[in-house]
Design a protein around this ligand. Structure first.
Ligand SMILES: [Zn+2]
Length: 566
């Protein structure tokens, strides 16, 4: 037996040629205990660690909190050599490096912001072969020096594996596509004999296929674990005109840290100031802040006992605070996939945590405008997909289905109702909406060039049935594909299916519209949410309710945006 240049134990066999042996189970557990203090692996980890140590590529889709990073950190320690990690954000790299150093593990990151002194220190560590984890920004791969570094590491037999963190960023189908990640396609050519591991918390099937194809993974071990998070209590509430009281109540009742997301930088500043006036220990974070202030906010969020952080979605990828008790979105999130990641930052310690979305019907047009403003001229497909994802997210928020079940279905995972979200605890009744649909469809049939949804809602409005209610009905018709809409949902046309419906009407099952749309007092929302946030220990009665409830609108219309996007 001998050790190959990747640090693997290799023996020769007459029958099988070269055989790469995985390390003994004892060595893995011993290293796990000594370096991380764990007595055993979490589901999915061991398989990935063993595959990497035997030289095999891997794709690991493990939910937030499942310990993805250990999958590539442990092989470096077992082999006493180096794993290179590609990571999308400098703040994320720095955080991981700081965590590893606290555990006494030699780690460093290489990005454009390093000083000359830091560069020299890094070179020294590499020469002395002390380093175990080296984090790289994807753009480093375009530099000749980085390529030479990888070649040298391979020649010295130092490189155990290369890990691509947040691997969904490589796929144009992913919710967080990063053009720089496309560079990672070169890794296979640069490091042909080194096992690659791609990791993500949420990667639907077509994103997984993209990751395997674009990274050229060879016969990879594929570990996909359910993204279901049984300790998260989902709620999606119609946002009151002034949501301050509701936000304060939620933030004050939450255990541990609180994450509040809002869409714009101005929103972050405004809400941070507002909550500070109510004596909450508020931090702010958005991409417009200078790097030092962002790093400080990140550190304070990790260290303060019960911080309330108001941020744009720029914050959070890879942030590993286990006791986040509340993740609250002040507007509709832009996609189910992104929302699963963002809400997944709650309750990583496995204890109950609340995840709340406040939304109104205007949110989608605001987000659609942002998608159009930031559109990638090279990718009509991505733009179209973003709008479809937004439409799907709106359907989850306004639909009758279990929140967690609907979110997971949107990323291709079929599960039972969660039993504890607001929909499971208080199922909404389904009604036949066909008689409400007919006046809307007839008006659209008379307008071949289409109509503005706000104008149509206003035309049909009465004291009993105000315009927001008609617009809500129009959105149900878009969901059922009887009406087509433009990207922001403002302009509408009758579809062929709508024409057929007018010739031959049939029952249309949709949820009872929320009481707020009849301009009823918004306190109905508050009473609902208070009731729905009863203690976690009461959730069992919610489970029985959920299974008594009708199956919910898991209809073709709900899934249609996904089907048409393929
Ligand atoms: Zn549920």
């Amino acid at each position: 037996m001998f050790y190959c240049r990747y640090g693997l134990a290799v023996s020769r066999s007459k029958k099988e040629g070269l055989v790469i042996s995985p390390p003994s189970a004892d060595l893995l557990i011993e290293t796990l205990r000594n370096s991380f203090g764990h007595t055993d692996f979490r589901p999915g980890q061991r398989e990935v660690v063993e595959a990497l140590l035997s030289g095999r590529d891997c794709l690991a889709v493990l939910p937030t909190g499942a310990g993805k990073s250990l999958c590539y950190q442990l092989p470096a320690l077992v082999r006493q050599a180096l794993v290179v990690v590609i990571s999308p954000l400098v703040a994320l790299m720095q955080d991981q490096v700081a965590q590893l150093r606290r555990r006494g593990i030699a780690a460093a990151c290489l990005h454009g912001g390093l000083s000359q002194e830091e560069h020299q220190q890094l070179q020294q560590q590499l020469q002395q072969r002390h380093l175990r984890l080296l984090y790289l920004a994807p753009e480093r791969l375009k530099g000749e020096s980085c390529r030479r570094l990888l070649e040298e590491l391979i020649d010295q037999g130092q490189l155990v594996a290369i890990a691509v963190d947040e691997a969904h960023c490589i796929s144009a189908w992913g919710h967080d596509f990063r053009p720089d990640y496309r560079r990672l396609g070169q890794l296979r050519q640069l490091c042909p004999g080194v096992p690659l591991v791609a990791l993500s918390a949420t990667a639907p099937a077509r994103v997984r296929a993209d990751v395997i194809r674009l990274l050229e993974l060879r016969r990879p071990l594929i570990q996909v674990r359910s993204a279901r998070r049984p300790n998260l209590v989902y709620q999606m509430l119609w946002r009151p005109e002034d949501p301050l009281e509701l936000v304060l109540e939620k933030a004050q009742a939450a255990r541990g840290a609180v994450l509040i997301y809002t869409r714009t930088r101005r929103g972050v500043e405004r809400w941070a100031n507002l909550l500070r006036k109510h004596n909450l220990p508020v931090l702010a974070y958005h991409a417009g802040m200078d790097p030092e202030s962002r790093l400080l906010a990140l550190q304070q969020f990790q260290q303060e006992p019960q911080p309330v952080l108001v941020a744009t979605v720029a914050f959070g990828m890879g942030v590993d605070r286990p006791d986040v008790g509340l993740v609250l979105h002040l507007e509709l999130p832009s996609s189910p996939e992104g929302y699963l990641q963002e809400s997944g930052r709650a309750g990583r310690d496995g204890k109950p945590a609340e995840v709340v979305v406040l939304f109104r019907d205007g949110d989608r047009s605001g987000l659609a405008w942002a998608i159009n403003a930031a559109k990638d001229p090279d990718s009509k497909l991505r733009n179209r997909l973003s709008h479809q994802q937004l439409r799907l997210m709106e359907s989850v928020a306004e639909g009758a289905q279990c929140r967690q079940q609907a979110l997971l279905a949107a990323v291709g995972e079929l599960t039972a109702p969660c039993g504890q979200c607001d929909r499971c605890r208080r199922p909404v009744s389904l009604i036949d909406g066909s008689s409400d649909a007919i006046p809307l469809l007839k008006a659209l049939a008379a307008a071949p060039k289409g109509l503005d949804s706000a104008a149509l809602g206003a035309d049909l409005a009465s004291a009993e049935e105000p315009a927001p209610l008609w617009r809500w009905r129009l959105r149900r018709l878009v969901e059922a594909e009887l009406v087509a809409d433009n990207d922001c949902g403002k302009r509408l046309w009758l579809s062929e299916a709508g024409e057929r419906f007018l010739r031959q009407p049939r029952p249309l099952r949709w949820p009872q519209a929320p009481a707020d749309l009849w301009d009823q007092p918004l306190c109905s929302d508050l009473s609902r949410h208070t009731d729905a946030t009863r203690s976690f220990s009461n959730s069992w009665d919610g489970i029985s309710q959920a299974f008594q409830a009708p199956a919910g609108p898991v209809t073709l219309s709900f899934l249609a945006p996904q089907l048409t996007a393929t």
